[in-house]
Design a binder for this molecule. Structure first.
Ligand code: C5P
Length: 420
């Protein structure tokens, strides 16, 4: 299932050296299922070729207000302006910002920026002195007052050899702005608008001393993908995450934590939620004591007859079981995960009933399946209320996430119509 293929971004590329990063932006937008088309100014074409942009956007690149080729329309500024859900001016040169601020229409880019009624995000990129010049600052203020969202330039070393503000932010930062825009819009109009969703993700680390901890191999990829898929449908998502290396998803509230007890506290202090999905591989136990200083080996060497080193573990709070417990604050749908290495279905069935959640997603995490840390997953969805078990094909974790959201939407509409 493709959650979001209806989103379209018109990328307007003007004459700044940062235009050479536009292929990366197109690639990331494509990975996020966003359709793109490009408009290239004469200046932009000095830094990036139309054929590169055409290949990555799967569409011809528009450059001329009055195209010489008879197959191209002289109304492109209107058709493109109407096609876009969002216009991304990136990089926005000082010249294009000035033309936008003054309402000039002397090329295709500036004309369609007057013609469009779509929201506009502009990403200025230029030499520090050009950026700081009162004329540019005045133009930026005018554009902001008109509702253009300006992504401020970053600080750093620039192609002109100077260091300061003026650098275009990294493509991932810009694409996050686009995703945040679409997700914020969906929070008003999407099928899950107004629905509060909790996702727990990643491992927990249970410290032994200041430098050692007990952990597991969870990467957090499945949970992060689920958080993004719910956000794409307009849910207000809170992602409570253990330590992972994945960047925080755009348009999602992220609470980072380390231990199971931190995660438990983060969940319980942010309740209530409408839907909870506990994907986190929470440590079931933690060391009974956490030493303030590094634990040292005894001075006397270990012999065959010495007592073995031992560690006393105590149980952690069970977040999923607590969320599932009947109470006025219980989410209307609680989904747990069961990561097993043997007897997958019997263990999952037992866990579903023991925890009291509504659905349980079982997956085999034996090393041979490469699920932990990998990009694919094979899941079985168990439902407590009708005892059904659905087997899903092996899919990318992002597709599992979209399918899960689709499943939730289907079930929610069935519940709504049966309760009428
Ligand atoms: O008991 P077990 O760890 O196998 O259960 C797995 C499920 O329970 C997952 O959904 C996990 O997020 C959740 N869990 C939890 N708190 C714990 C242990 C597990 O929420 N302390």
């Amino acid at each position: 299932m493709n959650a979001s293929s209806s989103r379209s971004v018109l990328l307007v590329i003007s004459g700044s050296i940062a235009a050479c990063k536009s292929p990366d932006i197109l690639r990331l937008l494509k990975m996020a299922d966003i359709q793109t088309r490009c408009v290239l100014t004469q200046g932009g074409a000095k830094f990036v070729t139309p054929s590169t942009l055409q290949t990555l956007s799967d569409s011809p690149v528009a450059m001329d207000l009055f195209p010489s080729h008879e197959t191209e329309s002289t109304m492109q500024h209107i058709t493109l302006a109407r096609w876009a859900d969002l216009v991304l001016v990136c990089p926005a040169s000082a010249h294009l910002l000035a033309r936008m601020a003054h309402g000039l229409a002397d090329d295709l880019a500036s004309t369609l920026l007057l013609a469009t009624t779509a929201p506009i995000i502009a990403v200025p990129a230029m030499n520090t002195h050009m950026w700081e010049h009162p004329a540019t600052q005045h133009n930026v203020t005018t554009l902001k007052q008109r509702g253009v969202h300006i992504v401020p330039p970053a600080y750093g070393f620039m192609a002109c050899g100077e260091t300061g503000f003026g650098r275009m932010p990294e493509p991932s930062v810009i694409v996050d702005e686009v995703l945040t825009f679409f997700r914020t819009q969906k929070q008003k109009t999407g099928p899950l608008a107004g629905v509060k969703v909790l996702v727990t993700a990643g491992p927990t680390h249970e410290p032994l001393d200041p430098i050692r901890y007990i952990a597991n191999r969870s990467s957090g990829k499945q949970g992060y993908a689920i958080a993004e898929a719910f956000a794409d449908q307009g849910a207000l998502v809170t992602l409570v995450s253990g330590p992972v290396t994945i960047p925080p998803p755009a348009g999602v509230r992220v609470i980072l934590c380390e231990t199971a007890r931190d995660m438990h506290k983060a969940v319980m202090t942010t309740c209530p939620y409408d839907i909870a999905i506990c994907t986190a591989a929470v440590a079931d136990w933690r060391p009974e004591t956490q030493e303030n200083q590094k634990i040292k080996k005894p001075d006397t060497p270990k012999t065959n007859t010495s007592a073995p080193y031992s560690l006393t573990l105590v149980e952690n709070p069970d977040i999923l079981a607590e969320l599932s417990h009947p109470s006025p604050l219980r989410p209307r749908l609680v989904i747990g995960f069961a990561a097993e290495t043997e007897n997958l279905i019997p263990h999952a069935q037992a866990k579903l009933h023991r925890k009291g959640c509504d659905w349980l997603i079982a997956n085999d995490v034996s090393p041979a399946h490469q699920v932990m840390g990998g990009d694919h997953n094979k899941i079985f969805l168990l439902s407590r209320h009708d005892n059904k078990i659905e087997a899903w094909d092996t899919l990318p974790k992002t597709d599992i996430a979209c399918r899960l959201v689709h499943h939730v939407l289907t079930c929610e509409s069935a519940w709504r119509s049966s309760s009428k």
